[in-house]
Design a protein around this ligand. Structure first.
Ligand code: J2J
Length: 538
């Protein structure tokens, strides 16, 4: 058993198996089955090249053999940082078949985050594209390797320079694949986080495949589905709600778009008869605007999902009519619980709520600050437990004590209320996080990066409202000597190497922070201060 991983207790395992939620399937097993049954049906396309289910399964087997030959074994952690390309799937499923564990980082992560993921998980390999979105990942990999010397392999998709080329690892199998059980760990997802460093979310085959199966049912996918992936496939939403893994589970076709812009996405929708896709709210706004001026035939679209951040009713209202399709709101989290509006729900629910839990085995409650359950209709903290909601982060015992209740509920940090139909309305958040158009920023993480600056005495980051992104981030700074500018601090953070979305949008230099009665920095007051300033500037 991997150190730092707390497995599901036996009684819960038994319960979720008895109820049929966990059906014993593994990722490798289901791809194998699809390879046989779906055969020449297209699994993945990028609009020019295609890969059938049989070909995908064969390439996965060859790659699994190559990984084994280079010494990757069951239980090894492999940090994966690939955009929306075929190889993402080949690598994932090859690792799943061996029982090695992908750690899903996002294309925007930079050397600070990647070095941390590699060191924290004691990763054996790090897999990257050569260049993506004008960024050379090989240069970053060199720095990561320097920071984490225990990392054995850097594997590159494309021009490998002096690293290992992924393309050389497709070989014919000479040894059998190891046994992988459905209760085994399959991979690590990343938490949006609210404290110091990003937390890692351990997932087993059983629990995650249940969430795929149930998502496929709720979203009514089948082998005729043509799903367009525009958001990064490594994100939990695009991966599993129902996402690209849900599509493979249903035997449908994944259409990969490297970028989410309508210039790329709309022609793909037309050419590939896309009927289903997932967006974050700011992207929905961009698509709505583009729809007015572009001429592609998008009549194949049946469902547009919007999730990851609150979609305002004003935007929600426009999506159905503009694209002549259904809107589905999705309120989920990489830790588990996913809520969907249903495809036959009335407009009132679809426009004004964030859906209801996908499974009847999801157990949710809304509580006050002392964990006392609140009556329906009151706003409180959402807690969740169920067959696909984790019971602990990886190797984070102290944090787990705070993030989970003693009776096993995950504290989502979201403030919600329930409608009489049992639908969730997201009202706010009591976690120290900024949701920048779906991209999550743990305030404390960025504050710590800023505190490493020798002229910063204290830093506090809060959200500020933004019409397009929903929220942006504002850093309040107390400096030792009056000499810093916003530009200096942006450069300081960039040089440190962190994802660009974490760099504060605005810096406010102040002499002191407001404090709560308990002596903590009052982020509520800071938010009020910046809102007032923004209003004055209008
Ligand atoms: C308001 N807040 C939302 C929504 C997520 C499906 C969909 C999304 C995610 C995801 C996911 C929201 N309205 N519709 O993993 O499988 C905020 C909440 C939540 C946090 C989780 C999936 N949808 N949120 O966004 O792990 O605050 O997952 O707790 O990135 O995003 O973020 P993340």
């Amino acid at each position: 058993m991997l150190r730092g991983y707390k497995p599901w207790p036996e009684d819960l395992k038994r319960y979720y198996k008895q109820t049929g939620c966990w059906n014993g399937e593994t990722f490798g097993g289901f791809l194998e089955k699809q390879g046989r049954e779906m055969n020449d049906h297209i699994a993945i396309t990028d609009g020019s090249e295609v890969l059938s289910y049989r070909e995908l399964n064969n390439r996965v087997d060859q790659l699994a053999a190559g990984f084994m030959q280079m010494g990757i074994v069951k239980g090894d952690r492999i940090v994966l940082q690939l955009p929306n390309i075929f190889e993402f799937f080949e690598v994932c499923f090859a690792l799943f078949k061996i029982g090695a564990l992908p750690v899903f980082s996002l294309p925007l992560h930079r050397k600070t985050e990647i070095s941390y993921f590699c060191a924290f998980t004691e990763a054996k390999a790090y897999i990257i594209p050569d260049i993506y979105d004008r960024f050379d990942y090989r240069e970053m990999a060199r720095e990561v390797k320097e920071a984490v010397p225990s990392l054995e392999h850097i594997i590159v998709v494309g021009d490998n320079k002096d690293f290992t080329a992924l393309s050389n690892l497709y070989v014919s199998a000479i040894q059998p694949l190891p046994e992988v059980q459905a209760d085994d760990l399959a991979f690590f997802q990343l938490s949006g986080g609210s404290t110091g460093l990003p937390k890692l979310i351990p997932r087993t085959h059983n629990e995650y495949i249940y969430s795929l199966r149930r998502s496929v049912e709720v979203c009514e996918l089948d082998h005729k589905t043509n799903y367009l992936a525009v958001l990064p496939v490594a994100h939990n939403f695009t991966m599993s709600s129902p996402g690209v893994f849900g599509v493979l589970y249903a035997g449908g076709k994944i259409v990969l778009s490297k970028y989410p812009s309508p210039d790329l996405a709309f022609p793909l929708i037309e050419r590939e008869s896309v009927d289903f896709t997932s967006l974050v709210p700011p992207l929905a706004i961009v698509w709505l605007e583009a729809r007015k001026r572009r001429s592609e035939d998008l009549s194949s679209l049946k469902v547009i999902q919007v999730g990851g951040a609150k979609c305002s009713a004003e935007i929600a209202k426009q999506i159905g009519p503009a694209f002549n399709c259904k809107l589905q709101q999705v309120f989920g989290m990489a830790e588990g619980l996913v809520n969907y509006t249903r495809l036959d729900d009335c407009d009132e629910l679809v426009i004004h709520t964030q859906g209801k839990p996908m499974s009847k085995y999801d157990d949710i409650r809304i509580v006050d600050e002392e964990d006392r359950e609140l009556p329906i209709g009151s706003t409180g903290q959402l807690q969740a437990k169920g067959p696909y909601t984790i019971i602990g982060y990886f190797n984070a015992e102290e944090h787990n004590g705070k993030a989970f209740t003693t009776d096993g509920y995950y504290r989502t940090g979201d403030l919600v209320k329930l409608t009489k139909e049992g639908y969730v309305i997201v009202e706010g958040r009591d976690k120290d996080q900024i949701n920048r158009g779906g991209e999550k920023i743990a305030a404390e993480e960025v504050e710590n990066y800023l505190l490493a600056h020798n002229n910063i005495l204290d830093a506090a980051i809060v959200s500020m409202p933004d019409k397009f992104l929903g929220e942006r981030s504002c850093a309040f700074i107390i400096q030792k000597h009056d000499e810093l500018s916003a530009k200096d601090l942006k450069r300081f953070l960039q040089d440190r190497g962190i994802a660009s979305f974490k760099i504060p949008d605005r810096f406010e230099f102040v002499d002191r922070f407001p404090y709560t009665a308990l002596g903590k920095v009052s982020k509520k007051n800071l938010r009020e201060i910046i809102i007032e300033k923004l209003n004055d500037e209008k």
